[in-house]
Design a protein around this ligand. Structure first.
Ligand code: UDP
Length: 469
């Protein structure tokens, strides 16, 4: 007898960081819209900061339902954490694992046993829990397929990667363009944070136990890489861009409170005039970089909307904008703590996006048709910048010069001004905009009924249904 979709219960587990919560929550909404019961879970400490999620215990989406439940990471809610990533990851694994198992058992006790777990590979132990409890497990990869391929090749030693003394070496991997030193995630080359490199590579630890690897990308964007990696690693199903397939945008997982009045401010600006500036949820710019960026924004004479967030309690203090900047910026731009980025990128007043090129931000601007000034800082942002600029042709990469403290690379104010001009009014601006619109349309087609990502989601739901019967 065929199991009914309404009896299927999918449990998603997210690593507690904004760049992981967003794609997982979008997938959760997408699956709920297919008529499933979906529970989104992450740690209590971060869940406590996701005010909307904690206030909305349950929401109906189409025929389905989305619930939130949190598990402990062994820390008190207000206790500073993550000072030492390795210790914190260990604690998350021990305390989190136990509390996560209790969460799963609670679902059975209330008559809604979990039929499938979707794991964030940053939390690889959740796949072990699924195997122990004999629950089918899939994975959502929250970076690009190109980055998946680079990490996989490094982890399995399928290619030789340059070290800091081999900056001229070019990395050639199947299906990818030649990558220069600054295009490769620096966790693999400069290794600035060893414990983070370990966490990143541990993502592959349990991938073979998952019945499917979902990716927040789409076939038309990364076809060849998806094919190559599906052959050599695990079957990969691109289901993105997830933010476009989401039926109920009103449920958000923001850790910071978004300033909605920036949308009204955008309403008051001319079409195609505003530079949107954001560096995502983790990057903190040096004071020299803040100085140069703020001077460059003012020098450009272009209105701007700039997100300058206060880091989470344990991750540094609020960046100090240069003295006098706020006064000088009066009437020229708006600085906010956090904004509803998807809506900002969809606003007709926005002309371009100065971005750190996190994968979520990259997908969101690429598929909103917004030209980019790529301003990567570290990690996979370097690779995403390479693809946005040289492969997808939607912008320009800001050049760094070693003018910071101790020769640290900085994007100067003149370079900021030049990039804004080039991407909005320069000789290639028209071509860049044309490419951006092309990718927006391709993304819309991928998530529309019958599109590649839409089909993959349907097939994925069929798989869960088949396994649950
Ligand atoms: N974001 C947002 N409002 C902001 C800044 C960022 O909603 O003011 C969201 C953005 O839409 C994206 C996420 O935060 O979904 C950041 O993820 P990304 O992968 O771009 O960067 P990370 O924070 O992981 O470095």
């Amino acid at each position: 007898m065929e199991c009914k979709k309404s009896n299927l219960h999918v449990l998603l587990v997210s690593f507690p960081a904004q760049g992981h919560i967003n794609p997982l929550l979008r997938l959760a909404k997408c699956l709920a819209s297919k008529g499933l019961l979906v529970t989104f879970s992450t740690t209590e400490t971060i869940g406590h900061m996701m005010k909307e999620a904690t206030n909305t215990k349950s929401t109906n989406i189409g025929q389905g339902e989305l619930r939130f439940e949190f598990f402990s990471d062994g820390w008190e809610i207000d206790e500073p954490q993550r000072a030492n990533l390795a210790t914190w990851m260990h604690q998350l694994k021990t305390a989190g694992r136990e509390s996560f198992i209790e969460l799963i058992n609670r679902q059975s006790e209330t008559g809604k046993p979990v039929s499938c777990i979707i794991n964030n590979p940053f939390v690889p132990w959740a796949t072990d829990v699924a195997a122990e409890l004999e629950i089918p497990c899939a994975v959502l990869w929250v970076q690009s397929c190109a980055v998946y391929s680079i990490y996989y090749n490094f982890q399995h030693q399928l290619a030789s990667f340059p070290n800091p003394d081999q900056r001229d070496m070019v990395l050639d991997l199947p299906s990818l363009p030649s990558l220069e030193f600054d295009d490769i995630p620096d966790f693999l080359t400069l290794n600035p944070f060893d414990s983070l490199r370990k966490v990143i590579l541990s993502q592959f630890k349990n991938l073979d136990k998952a019945f499917c690897v979902l990716v927040d990308s789409f076939e038309e964007l990364e076809r060849e890489t998806i094919e190559v990696m599906s052959r050599i690693s695990a079957p990969i199903k691109p289901v993105g861009p997830l933010f476009r397939s989401t039926k109920n945008a009103s449920v958000r997982g923001d850790i910071w409170k978004a300033t909605d009045d920036c949308l009204q401010w955008l309403d008051s600006q001319s079409p195609n005039s505003v530079v949107y500036v954001s560096f995502g949820s983790v990057v903190a710019l040096s004071s020299e970089q803040l100085q140069e960026l703020s001077a460059g924004l003012l020098k450009s004479g272009t209105p701007f909307l700039w997100v300058v967030k206060t880091p989470p309690p344990d991750m540094g203090s609020k960046p100090e904008l240069p003295q006098g900047f706020k006064e000088e910026a009066e009437g020229k731009g708006m600085v906010v703590e956090w904004c509803p980025q998807e809506q900002v990128l969809a606003h007709s007043a926005v002309s371009c996006f100065i971005t750190h090129c996190g994968w979520n931000s990259s997908m969101e601007c690429l598929t909103s048709g917004v030209p980019v000034v790529a301003f990567p800082q570290w990690g996979d942002q370097n690779t995403n910048a390479k693809f946005l600029i040289d492969v997808y042709g939607v912008g320009i990469r800001a050049k760094k010069t070693p003018t910071g403290k101790n020769g640290a690379p900085v994007v100067t104010r003149d370079e900021v001004e030049r990039c804004i001009f080039e991407v909005t009014k320069g000789a290639n601006a028209e071509e860049i905009k044309k490419n951006a619109v092309k990718w927006k349309e391709a993304a819309e087609a991928a998530v529309a009924d019958g599109g590649s990502s839409h089909r993959n989601i349907e097939l994925f739901v069929d798989d869960i249904q088949r396994m649950a019967c």
